[in-house]
Design a protein around this ligand. Structure first.
Ligand SMILES: Cc1ncc(C[n+]2csc(CCOP(=O)(O)OP(=O)(O)O)c2C)c(N)n1
Length: 278
């Protein structure tokens, strides 16, 4: 079996979602080459341009409702804690309609990996502002410009108790590196991909970003992580703007799969509920 799907992508030519697709397939392929099987993986996506990734990776999963990627991933893990579940959301999906799930996903700490493709707009519905769009952004729904300030998802996830908080630019190498670390991590891993939309939010972040790893950031230090999170507030970049990329915080915590004996047994025997005779 191949991870390549026969469905042709309908993303815009040079859309950064192609970088995400290639990186995710490369990492999963490496996991398969070193012992895992295709059926050990399940993917979940919501609705949006980013969510089309579901059609372009040949793995089992659920293309769920807009904003409901996280409860779907959690449900999969409760049904079969041995599955390697990977979720994909947009910033609209994760931070608007799905916001309440995000905080609880950090609390429950089920062992799955979650990407948020943050292009700072609702792209599929043609460019309306989301909770991470900067003040002043204009579109047909906000002709006078956005008045409210953007949320900072990195700070939010740190404050919510998430044990793996990362941000990468939509660049294959960066995504692969952090995704590999997330796969080794036991628990809920939050990875935001800063991904300008070439049509509706084409901001140049490339010369603003720097690697936390190269600046000796201590990813075990929550206070330091919070300080780094605050360096970029999702506003329009100025000459001084520096955007930290990489793993802000990493610490293993009790996972929901270990809190309930029923789930622990499934993990121990490497089985799902369907394998239990009633
Ligand atoms: C329950 C529900 N609410 C709203 C919509 C309309 N809708 C479809 S795609 C979309 C925008 C998605 O934006 P985002 O999650 O940021 O993804 P992007 O398209 O930018 O990748 C919206 C609001 C929907 N399909 N279902």
């Amino acid at each position: 079996m191949t991870l390549n799907s026969p469905i042709k992508p309908t993303w815009c030519p040079s859309c950064l979602n192609f970088q995400v697709l290639a990186a995710v397939k490369n990492v999963v392929q490496r996991e398969i080459n070193t012992g895992k099987k295709e059926e050990d993986f399940a993917i979940v996506a919501g609705i949006g341009c980013h969510a089309k990734i579901f059609d372009y990776i040949n793995l089992n999963g659920i293309n769920t409702l807009h904003g409901r990627v996280l409860p779907t991933c959690l449900g999969m893990k409760l049904g079969n804690p041995n599955l390697n579940v990977i979720g994909f959301s947009g910033d609209g999906d994760a931070y608007a309609e799905g916001m309440e799930h995000l905080i609880h996903a950090a609390r429950y700490n089920a062992d799955f990996k979650y990407f948020v493709h943050n292009n700072q707009v609702f792209a599929l519905t043609v460019g309306q502002p989301t909770p991470t769009t900067e003040i002043g952004f204009k579109d047909k729904t906000n002709p006078l410009g956005v008045k409210t300030s953007p949320i900072n998802p990195i700070a939010l996830m740190l404050a919510s108790g998430c044990g793996f908080v990362a941000r990468v630019y939509a660049d294959m190498k960066q995504i692969e590196h952090v995704f590999e670390e997330a796969m080794k991590y036991k628990g809920f891993a939050f990875i935001e991909i800063l991904e300008p939309c070439i049509i509706f939010h084409n901001v140049n972040y490339k010369d603003k970003i720097y690697s936390l790893e190269n600046e000796n950031h201590d990813k075990t230090n929550l206070e330091q992580a919070m300080k780094k999170a605050q360096e970029f507030d999702y506003s329009t970049p100025t000459q001084e703007t520096r955007i930290p990329m990489g793993i802000f915080y990493q610490k293993e915590k009790p996972m929901i799969e270990d809190m309930y004996p029923q789930l622990k047994i499934l993990k121990e025997y490497k089985i799902g509920w369907k394998d239990i005779k009633r």
